[in-house]
Design a protein. Structure first.
Length: 325
C-alpha cells in the first residue's frame, strides 16, 4: 500500500511538472517568430486579411509574425504543413472553409485530419458575390440564367480551385438554376479574378472583398450577393435569393487554428491576442472597407461553427456528387 502511494505521488509529480511547464510556456509565449500558413496564393482575401492581423500581432507580441503562402490542392498542402508542425503555437493555419469544413467530405483521402486542428478563432466572414465579365449579355441573375440555358455547357465559371467555396457555389448555382456551366479551376482568387477581368472566363463566385473594387472600376459586373441580406456597401445589388433562387446562400469565412495537440493554454493566449487585434479601430476599418465582417469568437464558438459549416457543405457536395482523389 505504501509503494502504491509513492507511485501515485510520483505520477502526480510528473503531471504537476508537465502542467507547470506548459503554464510557463504560455506565460512567456511567444519568444520567437510566429509563422501563419495561408494555404492559398498571395493577393487573395485569405492572404490579405491574415497579413492585416499579423501586423497587429507583431506589434502586440514584439516578435516577427510571418505569413507564408503554401498553396495547392484546395488548401490541403498548407493544411498538411500545419498538421505536421510542432504543437507549440509557433505555426498556425489561417484558411477559408476548404481545409476545415469541406475537403474531408470531398477528397477520398487526406494526409491530415481536419477535426484534430485546435480551434483559435474565426477572423471574419465575407459575402460571396456572382460576378461576370462586362461582355456577358446579362445585367441580372435571371438574365444570366436565361443566357446559360440558351448556351448549355458553354458559359464558363472560374473557381479558386477544385473543392473550394467558389467551386461548390458554382455547382449549387447550377443545381438551383437548372443550368449547365463549364468549370475552369485556378490556383487561388487572384489568378481567377485576373482571367475574369481579362475575359478568359465568363463568371466567378468571388467574395466581395476582392470583387467589389473591380465592380466599382467597371472591370466586372456583380449581379447578385450570395449572403442572406444585401451588403451595405452595395445596397442596390440584390441578393441571389431575392433574384429568383430563394434559399441560395454562400458566405466565405476565414479562421485560424493551431496544430493538433497544441496546449489549450497556448491556444487561449493566441485567441485573446487575435480577438484583441480585431477590436482595434484601424483593423476593423481595413476589414469593413472591403466588406468583411469581423467575427473574433471564442475557441468553443469556432469549433461549433466549423461543425455546422461542415454539415452544410456536406449536403452540397452530396447533391453535386463531387468526389476527388
Amino acid at each position: 500500500m505504501k509503494r502504491f502511494g509513492v507511485a501515485l505521488a510520483g505520477v502526480a509529480l510528473v503531471f504537476g511538472l508537465a502542467a507547470a511547464f506548459a503554464g510557463a510556456q504560455s506565460a512567456t509565449f511567444p519568444t520567437k517568430a510566429v509563422r501563419i500558413i495561408v494555404p492559398f496564393p498571395a493577393g487573395g482575401t485569405n492572404d490579405l486579411l491574415t497579413r492585416i492581423v499579423a501586423e497587429r500581432l507583431r506589434q502586440t507580441w514584439n516578435q516577427p509574425v510571418l505569413v507564408e503562402n503554401r498553396a495547392g490542392a484546395g488548401g490541403n498542402i498548407g493544411a498538411d504543413v500545419v498538421a505536421r508542425a510542432e504543437p507549440d503555437g509557433y505555426t498556425l493555419l489561417s484558411a477559408p472553409p476548404p481545409p476545415f469544413a469541406i475537403n474531408h467530405n470531398l477528397y477520398k483521402k487526406l494526409t491530415y485530419d481536419p477535426t484534430k486542428f485546435v480551434p483559435v478563432t474565426v477572423l471574419a466572414s465575407v459575402p460571396n458575390v456572382l460576378a461576370v465579365h462586362p461582355a456577358v449579355p446579362a445585367t441580372s441573375v435571371q438574365e444570366l440564367i436565361g443566357h446559360a440555358k440558351s448556351n448549355p455547357g458553354k458559359v464558363t465559371f472560374a473557381s479558386q480551385g477544385v473543392g473550394t467555396t467558389s467551386h461548390l457555389t458554382g455547382f449549387l448555382f447550377q443545381t438551383m438554376a437548372g443550368v449547365t456551366l463549364l468549370h475552369v479551376p485556378f490556383k487561388g482568387t487572384a489568378p481567377a479574378l485576373a482571367d475574369l477581368i481579362g475575359g478568359q472566363v465568363d463568371m466567378f463566385f468571388d467574395n466581395i472583398f476582392t470583387a467589389g473594387p473591380q465592380h466599382k472600376a467597371g472591370r466586372l459586373r456583380i449581379l447578385g450577393v450570395a449572403s442572406p441580406k444585401r451588403v451595405a456597401a452595395f445596397p442596390n445589388i440584390p441578393t441571389i435569393a431575392e433574384s429568383g433562387l430563394p434559399g441560395f446562400q454562400s458566405v466565405t469565412w476565414f479562421a485560424v487554428a493551431a496544430p493538433p495537440n497544441t496546449p489549450a493554454a497556448i491556444a487561449d493566449q493566441i485567441n485573446r491576442a487575435i480577438v484583441d487585434a480585431l477590436k482595434v479601430p484601424d483593423v476593423q476599418k481595413a476589414f469593413a472597407e472591403q466588406g468583411a465582417d469581423v467575427v473574433g469568437n471564442t475557441r468553443a464558438e469556432m469549433a461549433q461553427f466549423v461543425k455546422d459549416e461542415t454539415a452544410r457543405w456536406h449536403q452540397v457536395i452530396k447533391a453535386a456528387s463531387v468526389t476527388l482523389d
